[in-house]
Design a protein around this ligand. Structure first.
Ligand code: HEM
Length: 386
């Protein structure tokens, strides 16, 4: 998609035939991410957007989570959740999980023993974030499987290769309803018998309304693994294409932080924000007026390759300084899980680099998911020496 993004940037704010607008340059994306006239609430969208629930498809048990709310509701719920998750600059609960994350990673890599091939997506990049987010929230281990399925169904409703639209939508409604019923049961258990986990903390916080609690838990579960799986897989792919980086990472674990940051700029899992972003009043930007009511798609991945903002943007440089990429979005909805995603991916890539002997890609490029805004391989088969 990156050559296409270079084309897109020639018109920073472009009107589409359907009346929506695509924004692809760094400065304009940042301006709109910080503009209170741009709403994230799907209920402000006049037309159903490509992704997100269509009219009549909303699940009453699950009101919009804070990713789909505007201030003041967004700020209130995000800050209650943040209180228990840990703020980005002091993510105590997250850094405290590092040893446990390493254990989970080692366990998954041990599963490769006696084999000479693995699918990095299904055997590693998928189970890792699911296990971590379930443990963090206090979801029983034996229920991982269901989560994996529901979350996948909800996200894959946007993947055109997984079936006709009606069918995908029907599956998504069913999965959302099951997820919410399951979460309700779980919340009841945690309320009666709180443990040392995020869900117990949220369930016993008086400032968290019961309906919003379910939506928040569902958001953390889904956002918490469908994105990280792609960052890990995109990272493995990049390392296998650049063996000198793989070699360096083996001996220099300090490289991991810059490498993951550059990955978020260079080949990010969330390529665009296209869900329910719409303007509440006319906005003049880059010589264009985006009219009130229009839907806007912010192409984050194009902004992160904007040569007006980044030197030599198509070059992967793990030591890049001044790397304010858009991989985690920006403004009030800046990714809540960024510290978790960073840590998990740094540990995962370093461990794989160390443990895989002579790894080789089986197919390059690998098959990709067909998704309007998430980018990552569907499978990533790798051969290695035993
Ligand atoms: C928001 C990316 C991992 C939870 C966002 C946004 C992006 C993003 C681009 C902005 C969405 C918007 O403006 O509409 C990513 C990427 C990840 C990742 C690339 C992994 C590599 C996580 C994890 C969690 C998480 C692990 C959960 C623990 C959230 C939440 C929001 C969010 C709750 C909404 C924040 C708000 O509305 O205030 N993420 N994310 N994310 N992310 Fe992440």
């Amino acid at each position: 998609p990156y050559p296409l993004f270079a084309e897109l940037r020639k018109t920073p704010v472009e009107r589409q035939q359907d009346g929506s607008y695509v924004v692809s340059t760094y400065r304009e994306i940042v301006a709109l991410l910080h503009d209170p006239r741009v709403s994230s609430d799907p209920r402000d969208t006049p037309e159903p957007t490509m992704v997100g629930p269509a009219p009549g498809e909303e699940t009453p048990e699950l009101p919009p989570a804070f990713i789909r709310l505007n201030p003041p509701d967004h700020d209130r719920l995000r800050s209650v959740a943040m209180r228990h998750f840990g703020p980005p600059d002091a993510p105590g609960r997250i850094t405290g999980m590092a040893p446990r994350m390493s254990e989970i990673i080692t366990g998954l890599i041990d599963g490769f023993a006696g084999r000479t091939q693995a699918d990095i997506v299904n055997d590693f990049a998928y189970p890792l974030p699911v296990t971590v987010i379930c443990e963090l929230l206090g979801v029983p281990r034996e229920d991982d499987r269901h989560f994996h399925q529901w979350s996948r169904t909800i996200i894959e409703a946007n993947d055109q290769t997984t079936g006709p639209l009606d069918e995908r939508r029907r599956r998504r409604v069913a999965a959302t309803a099951e997820l919410s019923r399951y979460l309700q049961g779980l919340v009841d258990v945690h309320r009666r018998n709180p443990g040392d986990d995020l869900l117990s903390d949220l369930a016993t916080d008086e400032e968290m309304p019961p309906g919003d609690l379910l939506s928040t838990a569902a958001l953390l579960l889904v956002a918490g693994h469908e994105t990280t799986v792609n960052l890990i897989s995109n990272g493995v792919l990049l390392l296998l294409r650049h063996p000198h980086l793989l070699e360096r990472l083996r001996g220099e674990p300090g490289l991991a932080a810059g490498l993951v940051e550059e990955l978020l700029r260079y080949d990010p899992p969330v390529q665009a924000l296209g869900t329910g972003r719409n303007v509440l009043a006319d906005i003049d930007i880059a010589g264009t007026t985006i009219p009130k009511g229009a839907v806007v798609t912010l192409v984050l991945a194009a902004g992160s390759r904007d040569p007006d903002r980044f030197d030599d943007p198509d070059h992967f440089d793990p030591e890049r300084t001044d790397n304010q990429h858009l991989g985690f979005g920006g403004g009030i909805h800046y990714c809540f899980g960024a510290p978790l995603a960073r840590l998990e991916t740094q540990l995962a890539l370093t461990a794989l680099a160390r443990r895989l002997v002579n790894p080789r890609l089986v197919a390059d490029p690998p098959p990709y998911r067909q998704h309007p805004f998430l980018r990552g391989p569907r499978h990533l088969f790798v051969e290695f020496d035993d």
